[in-house]
Design a protein around this ligand. Structure first.
Ligand SMILES: C[S@@+](CC[C@H](N)C(=O)[O-])C[C@H]1O[C@@H](n2cnc3c(N)ncnc32)[C@H](O)[C@@H]1O
Length: 253
């Protein structure tokens, strides 16, 4: 059985900046995003990760892609950054203590190689697909390229509500297809995405949302059938407030 959400949180600090993250933090999200991408007749996708911390989510996404590659007809090129230079250095080097493997499936572990002193690193095939950029805030970043998919996960609450509005407006300028987000300012998220032409994709919304909150070392698959959609439906605008995947209504080509 595939582990759907079995994660080991890595508690990362640099001064007073916090970069908590995990490998395979939300398998539901990445698998759903790849499924949506698969439905488009497109040969290559540019993917951008903001606020990537030490890189765990970026490497995890590429491993998800490689695990499914035989079913996918497209290539990916991945870019990533964070505001914190030290987190980005760790991401770029890509060496992690071997206990990160503890909550991975054997298939996922195959994409890591052992290095010295009980450290592991993603294999070259993964590293080659990712370009880590210079540190930059998602509030300031401008892209010369149009990005098909932009991830901004668990970082918007690090800025004020009105800065979320600015961040999403900026991202919408260079994002053509999917905008994936988690942990948002809920009061304004609906207006922030709508004004920029995004609509929510609610496929697997409950599983994806629940996975962000789950404790580590729990297999959510057992709970999947028990999820009760009505629990969400009672929340006004749940499609926006609890959603992690938004799609551009009018696609930029
Ligand atoms: C809780 S961590 C989330 C890491 C990862 N995205 C995840 O979900 O596992 C928040 C990250 O946001 C970054 N961050 C905070 N404010 C930022 C900003 N204005 N621009 C870019 N990154 C920022 C932090 O440096 C940190 O790495």
């Amino acid at each position: 059985m595939m582990k759907q959400n079995n994660q080991l949180m890595l508690h990362i600090h640099n001064g007073n900046q916090e970069g908590d993250t995990a490998f395979f933090r939300n398998r539901y999200l990445f698998n759903t995003v790849l499924d949506i991408m698969k439905q488009r007749p497109q040969k290559k996708f540019l993917i951008f990760f903001h606020a990537c911390s030490i890189g765990a989510e970026v490497y995890s996404f590429v491993i998800h892609y490689l695990l499914q590659q035989s079913n996918l007809q497209f290539e990916i090129e991945v870019f990533a950054t964070d505001i914190n230079r030290h987190f980005l250095n760790v991401a770029q080097e890509g060496f992690y203590p071997d206990h990160i493997l503890k909550t991975m499936t054997n298939e996922e572990i195959n994409y890591f190689q052992f290095s010295e002193r009980r450290f592991v690193t993603p294999i070259d095939e993964i590293k080659q697909k990712i370009k880590f950029l210079s540190p930059v805030s998602f509030l300031d970043f401008k892209s010369s390229k149009t990005m098909d998919v932009v991830f901004l996960l668990n970082a918007l609450t690090y800025v004020a509500e009105e800065e979320q509005t600015i961040a999403i407006q900026r991202i919408a300028n260079y994002n053509s297809f999917l905008f994936c987000v988690a942990d948002v300012h809920k009061r304004t998220i609906k207006a922030d995405v709508q004004v920029n032409g995004y609509i929510p994709i609610t496929t697997n919304i409950e599983s994806i949302h629940q996975a962000w909150d789950e404790n580590s070392n729990q297999d959510l698959l057992a709970n999947e059938d028990k999820t009760n959609k009505s629990k969400f439906i009672k929340i006004p605008d749940y499609q926006y407030k609890l959603c992690s995947i938004f799609k551009k209504k009018t696609l930029i080509l």
